[in-house]
Design a protein. Structure first.
Length: 132
């Protein structure tokens, strides 16, 4: 389900982007609801979706061990989007969740249609990764 640009205003990953860039992302971002227990990412898989948690909690598992919990405002899957890398962890919904997703195909289209918006998002992701 597509979202309205103002729905990204409160999403930390997007709120620092200029309005025009945020509007471009809103065209491609989808909202999805998943039940508790749903596997959202599998360690070692190649996948190109970026997920941003709108609400709910997810568990991050590496080598069979829980290494983190993610909640509202946090994101995962950015390595596949930015670097075409394999998933470095399994992520499972601990509670029912609402997620914003940006697929690899949409990222490719955004890259060609709005390279400056994509670059701005990459910079925000880099900043957030350094500070975590």
């Amino acid at each position: 389900m597509a979202i309205k640009p103002d729905e990204l205003d409160d999403v930390p990953l997007f709120q620092t982007l200029p309005d025009d860039a945020r509007a471009k992302f809103a065209t491609w971002v989808s909202e999805v609801s998943v039940p508790a227990g749903k596997h959202l990412a599998e360690e070692g898989e190649y996948a190109y979706d970026l997920f941003i948690i709108k609400d709910g909690t997810a568990e991050v598992i590496q080598d069979g061990q829980t290494v983190a919990e993610l909640g509202a405002g946090e994101f995962f899957g950015e390595m596949g989007v930015l670097e075409r890398a394999q998933r470095n962890a399994t992520v499972i919904a601990k509670t029912p969740m609402t997620l914003l997703t940006l697929s690899g195909w949409d990222v490719k289209r955004l890259q060609s249609k709005s390279p400056e918006a994509m670059k701005q998002l990459e910079e925000v992701i880099e900043q957030r990764r350094k500070s975590s």
